[in-house]
Design a protein around this ligand. Structure first.
Ligand SMILES: NC(=O)c1ccc[n+]([C@@H]2O[C@H](COP(=O)([O-])OP(=O)(O)OC[C@H]3O[C@@H](n4cnc5c(N)ncnc54)[C@H](O)[C@@H]3O)[C@@H](O)[C@H]2O)c1
Ligand SMILES: O=C(O)[C@H](O)COP(=O)(O)O
Length: 600
């Protein structure tokens, strides 16, 4: 009998995965396929002897499972969403997680259209009552979708396909996605990208959401949003349970606030008895399917072939094509670049959440041109690919399913291209910070989001000399000190704070009493403040003056803003999380111009 070390690597497949993919593995590996599923306790018992695990959305790959998987080298998700896998725990255990980000897009979009038409024409109810022997033509009159308005939230891979298909059905499509590429949306025929979700809700006849489930998309549509819709509106969910608040949806249907829903996904699948999701499944105004968005023969072949090819690569010791948790930096570059990669990733995350997500400043990420300017010693770095990858990861992570962890040095350029993000690197051997004479920091980095890409090379270089304050462009500067990273400038404001954890950034008139007012709103919500600092206007840059070659250090005292101008940024480090209500209360507080919630 062969010892366990002589045996072929073992692959456990505790879900129904297409044989077209599994066939790629059966010659070289022992494949244990269990399409009926494996209960959690049995999975724990099997996992110590398994080298690779291939799952869909039903198997919960918890930290406990991963810890018990002492031989486990790769977990493959035959699909997109990795919310059933504890990716952090996998990374900590050195286990690679791979997925198939594009294999089931068509299937998900087609299922959305199927639910759109089924909801409009009562197809589910008609089928059920007819089979029960009733012939209820009068009760089943539907509505047409042609010439109606469809609102799409999330104009990514699936959302964009849905847009094309629905335009083909004669619908007018408008969308909300603060990170989308407006040019691509326009070319696709999307009539309008609205700056705020609430702007489109009164106008639409159908609403479909195609975002991942993130802190920012959980309960995106609740009681207040349903109340903004027409009573004839119908809503669709082929994304993830939780983007509509299920209790609010149930109430909106019961009270006739909206007319119907087509639902493929639920917060718990299958839903527990007597929960709102369970009642929704049975509701006569709901057309429900049991998470069938990706369940087509073609999509299952695509995702299975994709992930089985990657599992074989990992087991052979090669790199997979779509690793969710691949390293950003190769080991040899690790020591020198790691703090800068961290800084630049945080700058990207800060840009997206402070500038692009804030409702008052709809500046976007997709289709945007960025400049990444390396100053000082960093200007001499020969391989800046990890830094570019870090920026792409930071920019996309706030709105990405995998928290941006899928972005690495291999695929960063492709991810940026997909989102229409263009990045130009500038190694600033001259200009700001050159030579570091008098500069407090050996190296610092400027991220500039350009208002316009026009202009000659020399005009672009001039912009560098004036500190990059073009109207309409946004600037973030940061530096590394030891292993710590700091932000030294946010647009027109000098600052000095660590971009860590949950931050609230408030743009306010610099008047007495502001700090007390903000403190009392947070106190009312039981929120603990870790640190607070007021960033002052940089009056030198305001006037377009020559930069003094140093990353500005913000005074950490609240009084310092007053002498510099009548506006300030208040930066608050928060313990724990912050809800939408808190942000809204702050936004409506007197003298507050804007509020952004940033999670880094
Ligand atoms: N039901 C199914 O079987 C099925 C099948 C495939 C995909 N999905 C789900 O569909 C969703 C979309 O998949 P995809 O491949 O199109 O993803 P994607 O990453 O290509 O697109 C997501 C889009 O959502 C946008 N977005 C993120 N946060 C947002 C916010 N707060 N407000 C508005 N827009 C926001 C992003 O900018 C992006 O354009 C995912 O949740 C995926 O898991 C479900
Ligand atoms: O994230 C996905 O790919 C879809 O939700 C499909 O999930 P499934 O593989 O369980 O059908």
């Amino acid at each position: 009998m062969a010892s366990t070390t002589d045996r072929k690597p073992r692959i456990l497949v505790p879900e129904k995965v297409s044989v077209d993919g599994l066939a790629l593995l059966s010659a070289d590996y022992e494949v244990d396929s269990r399409p009926q599923g494996v209960p959690p306790q049995e999975l724990l018992a099997l996992i110590p002897d398994v080298d690779a695990l291939i799952v869909r959305s039903e198997t919960k790959v918890t930290a406990e499972v991963l810890r018990a998987g002492s031989r486990l080298r790769v977990v493959a998700r035959a699909g997109v969403g990795v919310d059933n896998i504890d990716v952090e725990a996998a990374t900590a255990g050195g286990i690679i997680v791979v997925n198939s980000p594009a294999g089931n897009i068509v299937a998900a979009a087609e299922h959305t259209v199927a639910l759109l038409l089924a909801t409009a024409r009562n197809v589910g109810r008609a089928d059920r009552t007819t089979k029960e022997g009733r012939w209820e033509r009068g009760k089943l009159v539907g509505v047409e979708v042609g010439r109606k308005t469809l609102g799409i939230v999330g104009l990514g891979k699936v959302g964009m396909k849905v847009a094309r298909m629905c335009i083909g059905l004669g619908m007018k499509v408008i969308a909300f996605d603060p990170y989308a590429n407006p040019d691509l949306a326009q070319q696709t025929g999307v009539e309008r990208l609205v700056p705020r979700l609430a702007d489109m809700l009164p106008e639409i006849d159908f609403l479909t959401i195609h975002t991942p489930l993130l802190a920012s998309t959980l309960d995106l549509i609740g009681e207040a949003e349903f109340k903004l819709m027409k009573p004839t509106a119908r809503v669709l969910n082929v994304a993830r349970g939780g983007v509509y608040n299920e209790a609010a949806l149930l109430e909106a249907l019961n009270k006739g606030v909206i007319a119907g829903a087509g639902l493929d996904v639920f917060t718990k699948e299958p839903p527990d008895q007597n929960t709102p999701a369970w009642q929704l499944l049975r509701h006569e105004k709901v057309t429900a399917t049991p998470h069938l968005g990706a369940s087509t023969v073609e999509a299952q072949e695509n995702v299975a072939v994709d992930v089985c090819t990657q599992v074989a690569a990992v087991l052979r010791g090669e790199l997979p094509t779509s690793a969710v948790n691949a390293p950003l930096i190769l080991p040899e570059e690790y020591r020198a670049l790691k703090p800068y990669a961290k800084l630049i990733e945080r700058m990207g995350g800060l840009y997206t959440q402070h500038f692009a997500s804030a409702s008052a400043s709809h500046v976007g990420v997709g289709g945007r041109h960025f400049e990444l300017v390396y100053h000082g010693e960093l200007a001499g770095v020969s391989n800046s690919r990890p830094l570019l990858a870090a920026l792409v990861r930071g920019l996309v992570s706030p709105f990405s399913d995998t928290g941006g962890r899928h972005v690495n040095i291999v695929n960063a350029t492709a991810v940026a291209r997909e989102k229409g993000i263009v990045i130009r690197e500038i190694h600033a051997h001259s200009g700001i910070g050159s030579g570091n004479e008098g500069s407090a920091y050996a190296s610092f980095v400027m991220l500039r989001a350009l208002a316009t890409v026009e202009g000659t090379e020399s005009e672009q270089q001039d912009r560098e000399k004036t500190g990059g304050v073009d109207p309409g462009s946004q600037v973030i500067e940061g530096y590394v000190s030891g292993n710590n990273v700091y932000i030294s400038r946010l647009d027109r404001f000098n600052a000095s704070f660590s971009p860590e954890g949950t931050l609230l950034i408030l743009h306010n008139f610099d008047e007495p009493g502001k700090i007390g007012g903000v403190g009392s709103v947070l106190g009312r919500h039981g929120i603990n403040i870790r640190f607070m600092q007021v960033a002052s206007l940089d009056l030198g840059r305001q006037k377009g003056g020559q930069d003094d070659a140093q990353p500005a250090q913000a005074p950490a005292l609240e009084t310092s803003a007053k002498k510099n101008g009548d506006e300030a940024l208040m930066i608050l480090g928060i313990d724990g999380d912050v809800t939408k209500d808190v942000v809204e209360d702050l936004r409506t507080a007197e003298g507050i111009l804007n509020v952004s919630l940033v999670r880094l």
